[in-house]
Design a protein around this ligand. Structure first.
Ligand code: XLS
Ligand code: MG
Length: 351
């Protein structure tokens, strides 16, 4: 028996929010990037998930030298606080050049912008201390099927992947699939698509996936099976644990808040699959409710982060303390009703 895994946790600065949504403005006070970084360790987190412009704000208005200098300074801020940059993702959905997508845009100059921005993101990642690049392919898809040739789009995505892999031979790229939002249909909706892209690339060993619970649920899939599929291919770069109440907008609810059984299933697959043994982070991608007020004396809400982390750890205990002999007996007896009830009773803490 190998030693139990000690899990390390990460979140992104966007997970501490001021409550703005498409229907209303901020409801909580502003907080700077630096102040957010100060919160990580006390909350029990050591990994920082990043977008390129979280590291270097106003990136498009800066010279390459200014961009690098800023990224190095931010790397120092992490080191000073005992933090690790987990990954950097190019934000290819904000600039006017990405209105029609980045790598799959119909405009050649916009596709070039996306590639240049991705190369710059790689430089930023290296300068602030990580070799991991996440591609959440936000606008790589369509609102109207006739607007793009999807076969060509897949070729363009693969070419972009290969250009990045060639630009820096040490980076890893983790594709974060999501089926919709902001587009109607995205080109890489599931981990199966992402892993197919990895194998088709010029460096399959350097392309993996990042699975977000809610994204799998939005695709109508079981997040734990998606994670198991990636683990079986040794391609689970990271996870974004959260939850989702049905087929709605991407809610980023607290882990386990909507479906505790599904959260247990995910933790079980991760724990039993050895996730974390190679330094992988347990990443969260959770938002607090807009209604939530900060605790007394605090400028921001962080309880959604600590609650999600605590739920994960409680579920690790539940996985470790599950009656494996009884599980095996019920599997052999093909009594899956009893097996299901065993899980529920275990989660409820009743005999
Ligand atoms: C959005 C994504 C995003 C990524 C990072 O739905 O989850 O937050 O994790 O770009
Ligand atoms: Mg995410």
């Amino acid at each position: 028996m190998s030693d139990p895994i000690t899990y390390r946790f990460s979140f992104g600065p966007w997970n501490i929010s001021e409550g703005e949504d498409p229907f209303g403005p901020k409801v909580r006070g502003d907080i700077s990037f630096e102040e957010k970084l100060d919160l990580y360790q006390p909350l029990g987190f050591e990994g920082v998930q990043l977008h390129d412009d979280d590291v270097v704000p106003d990136i498009d208005d800066k010279t390459p030298e200014q961009v690098l200098a800023k990224a190095e300074a931010v790397g120092k801020m992490f080191a000073d606080r005992g933090l690790t940059a987990e990954f950097v993702a190019p934000r290819l959905w904000f600039a006017p050049e990405t209105a029609d997508g980045g790598y799959t845009s119909n405009s050649a100059s916009d596709r070039q912008y996306a590639l240049d921005r991705s190369f710059q993101c790689i430089d930023i990642a290296r300068a602030c201390g990580t070799k991991n690049i996440v591609l959440w392919l936000a606008r790589e898809g369509t609102y109207s099927r006739q607007s793009k040739n999807s076969r060509v789009a897949y070729e363009r995505l693969l070419e972009a992947l290969n250009r990045m892999l060639d630009y820096d031979k040490e980076i890893e790229i983790w594709i974060e699939p999501k089926p919709n939002e902001p587009v109607d249909h995205a080109y890489v909706p599931t981990i199966g698509h992402a892993i197919a892209m990895a194998y088709a690339s010029d460096a399959p060993e350097r392309v993996r996936g990042l699975i977000e619970t809610a994204h799998a649920q939005l695709a109508g899939l079981d997040p734990s099976d998606e994670m198991a599929f990636a683990l079986a291919h040794n391609k689970l770069g990271s996870v974004h644990l959260n939850d989702q109440n049905g087929l709605k907008f991407d809610q980023d609810k607290c882990f386990g808040a909507n479906n505790l059984r599904s959260a247990f299933d995910q933790v079980r697959v991760l724990e039993e699959g050895g996730y974390g043994r190679n330094g992988e982070f347990v990443g969260l991608d959770v938002k607090t409710m807009r209604t939530q007020r900060p605790a007394d004396g605090q400028p921001v809400v962080t309880s959604h982060l600590t609650n999600s982390r605590a739920t994960f750890l409680h579920l690790v205990d539940k996985v470790r303390s599950f009656d494996k002999a009884e599980e095996q007996r019920l599997i052999e007896a093909r009594d899956y009703e009893a097996l299901d009830a065993l899980v529920l009773r275990h989660l409820m803490g009743v005999a």
